[in-house]
Design a protein around this ligand. Structure first.
Ligand code: TXA
Ligand code: MG
Length: 344
């Protein structure tokens, strides 16, 4: 299959919509990461997403809409909980996914056999225009090969999926850089299943008491059932071995420089670069967590593309604000491998 590279003009958006209406797959920009979209109401089209990505069939997809009223218009859920209105008022359109009880219209391929469905109203104008032009809600996971870092540019999508999907729309670099925050309203107390651009602090300022799923920062215990199936897979894994260090800034520099001979690289901050004697990949200024989120996946991909580092050392990120989302992705990229220098 020849993958078309489309632009964000009217003609190309219509072309993308046409492909989607005809059951095809289109990679498109959102404010979080690029998504791989198909008509969410057509199980056969949705099944192609799993094939192209090599995604396990038991991992459900997010349904993307272009207005809150689409939930009722397409009859996506069995009931809209009160908290959903509050969350939508505060954070939609934007990087928040809300899980609710699904209606019968949702194909099994989307919900992977669960009784719930995840819904998101993205703020990216291109995503909104494509959803509106295709006249259907769009099921879209991140547009990467399953297991590799999510794509934050059209080139990342091409690198992973060229020849496997019908088209990609180039909408530049994604603003947030990490996937949306996922919260479920299908539990008694709303529960964050995946941290993202909307922080836990922001969510609880609107909802009051919320829970944060254990799997956000901890490895699932063997045999435990994941509230969000995506949590159980080793995600975002670069080919190099990523190891996280729990230590001070100076300990980090010393630890890494002591290993400078051994095909080592540092996933670090701008301020570290002049002190490090190894190849560096910077996430941005030390306290700029938003920049860390935006750059993380791009840097993980660069490390792979350069192919020089066998081991990559990074510091354990802060869990404050959007730092929690960076922590959640990085600890998975590291396969939960953390060396605690503070303990010594
Ligand atoms: O920012 C995003 O959310 C991007 C863009 C394209 O919108 N999409 C994305 O989709 O990250 P994906 O498929 O890569 O991640 C969706 C996550 C998975 O961890 C999945 O298990 C979880 O949401 N999920 C989806 N539906 C669910 C449900 N009904 N119950 C629990 N978890 C669900
Ligand atoms: Mg994904």
């Amino acid at each position: 299959m020849n993958t078309l590279l489309l632009k964000e003009n009217k003609q190309d958006i219509e072309k993308a919509a046409e492909i989607l209406k005809n059951g095809g797959l289109v990679g498109l920009p959102t404010e979080t990461v690029y998504g791989l979209a198909a008509n969410a109401l057509n199980g056969k089209s949705v099944a192609k997403i799993f094939e192209a990505k090599g995604r396990p069939m038991d991992n459900p997809l997010i349904v993307h809409i272009a207005d809150f009223s689409d939930i009722e218009k397409y009859n996506l859920v069995s009931e809209i909980p009160k908290q959903a209105y509050k969350l939508a008022d505060a954070f939609w359109p934007g990087p928040l996914t809300i899980i609710m009880k699904k209606s019968n219209i949702i194909p099994n391929e989307v919900s992977a056999g669960l009784s719930t469905v995840a819904i998101r109203f993205p703020s990216h104008p291109v995503a909104q225009r494509v959803i509106k032009a295709s006249g259907v809600p769009l099921a879209a996971p991140s547009a990467n090969l399953s297991g590799s870092p999510s794509p934050t540019t059209a080139l990342h999508v091409i690198n992973d999926l060229n020849g496997k999907i019908d088209a990609v729309i180039d909408g530049g670099v994604c603003d947030v850089g990490l996937e949306s925050t996922v919260i479920t309203l299908a539990t008694e107390v709303p529960r964050v299943l995946r941290p993202g651009g909307i922080t836990v602090e922001q969510l609880s300022s609107v909802l009051g008491k919320i829970d944060v799923d254990d799997a956000v920062v901890h490895k699932l215990k063997d045999g435990a059932v994941a509230s969000s199936p995506g949590m159980k897979y080793k995600h975002y894994a670069p080919k190099s071995n990523v190891i996280l260090l729990n230590c001070s800034d100076s300990e980090y520099i010393e630890y890494v420089n002591n290993r400078a001979d051994d095909d080592v690289a540092a996933l670090c901050c701008d301020e570290d670069i002049e002190h490090l004697e190894v190849c560096t990949y910077s996430l941005g200024r030390r306290n700029d967590y938003k920049a860390h989120a935006q750059n993380l996946f791009d840097m993980l991909r660069k490390i792979d593309d350069d192919g020089v580092a066998k081991t990559v050392y990074s510091r354990l990120p802060s869990i404050k604000g959007v730092g929690l989302a960076v922590y959640n992705r990085l600890i998975r990229a590291a396969g939960f491998e953390v060396i605690d220098l503070e303990k010594d």
